[in-house]
Write a protein that binds this ligand. Structure first.
Ligand SMILES: [Zn+2]
Length: 301
């Protein structure tokens, strides 16, 4: 089985790796690339990605898979828009890179790639339906239904971070009360600063919470509560039983999980209670990269 080149494209870094059919990372690189600069044109973005990936191609690399933060039109590799990259509109990302690099390229939303990776290689192995949630700078969601990635009609399915869980807090999307304003790393930092007057990194807050700092604990419990509330709404819509969570906030799992599961069960219809398995990723921050490898391999098959 041939190897593929997979890349997880972020606003400040591109992480790329050669990955074999078993999901083993053979060779990896992390390159600083400030793609979130709003002045970059679509052509600049494509050529930056190409410059990073091209030297990593080997003669036995058969395809390239990209996880990219944005809305894709189904499996077409066409990037309709990207919230932080205003110059991108209907960019044929996969086809343009295919022509430039001379190798087939698949591209998909980064949060959906994480769900695909977790389903193939991680905690979601063997389940038919999986909701995967990434708690990072924002909150991302990806859904596997009947063993297939669900993109929605406009590539915008599972904007999980923008489910409304409260009435306050203005979100970057323009709406109020989005989950992302309560349960992202950014939100946790803001809540902690508001409560204590102290600016603190998110991973430090997770550590303090686990060491008994009451204010840090409150902030993490609040994030868990709202996360549980959002998961409950998703479960009532979809009736699925496996939810996987990744991202830095899982570092405070002993505090996060009880708060999350209490609210989740309280907000489910009684027959659904205690039927949902909410667990941490088993792939760490590799899920997105491994999912990008899966979409590359599926295309090549
Ligand atoms: Zn929002």
């Amino acid at each position: 089985m041939p190897n593929v080149l997979a890349a997880d494209i972020g606003g400040t870094n591109i992480r790329a790796a050669i990955i074999d059919a078993a999901g083993s990372i053979l060779h990896e690189q992390r390159v600083e690339a400030h793609l979130s600069d709003p002045d970059l044109s679509a052509a600049d973005i494509v050529s930056t990605i190409e410059t990073v990936l091209r030297p990593m191609l080997h003669h036995d690399t058969k395809a390239v898979g990209l996880g990219f933060p944005g809305f894709f039109r189904g499996d077409s590799g066409i990037l309709a828009a990207s919230p932080n990259l205003p110059n991108i509109r209907e960019l044929a990302l996969a086809d343009t890179l295919h022509r430039a690099m001379g190798i087939p390229v698949a591209a998909q939303n980064d949060a959906l790639c994480a769900a695909i990776g977790e389903h193939r290689f991680g905690i979601g192995r063997g389940v038919e339906n999986l909701l995967h949630i990434t708690l990072g700078t924002g909150v991302g969601g990806g859904l596997i239904l009947n063993e297939h990635a669900w993109t929605g009609e406009h590539g915008m399915a599972m904007e999980f971070g923008h489910l409304r869980v409260a009435d306050e807090r203005l979100c970057g999307c323009g709406l109020n009360g989005c989950l992302e304003t309560y349960a992202s790393a950014t939100a946790v930092c803001n809540s902690y600063t508001k409560a204590t007057g102290e600016a603190c990194r998110s991973d430090e807050i997770y550590q303090r919470a686990c060491s008994g700092d009451e204010q840090a604990k409150n902030v993490i419990e609040q994030a868990g509560h709202y996360l549980g509330a959002a998961i409950a709404e998703a479960i009532k819509l979809l009736d699925l039983h496996t939810v996987c969570i990744s991202g830095g906030l899982t570092g405070a799992w002993p505090i996060l999980y009880p708060a999350l599961i209490n609210t989740l069960n309280a907000r489910l219809i009684p027959p659904m209670r205690s039927s949902v398995n909410v667990c941490q990723t088993s792939l760490g921050d590799n899920a997105g990269l491994l999912g990008a490898a899966v979409i590359a391999r599926n295309m090549h098959r």
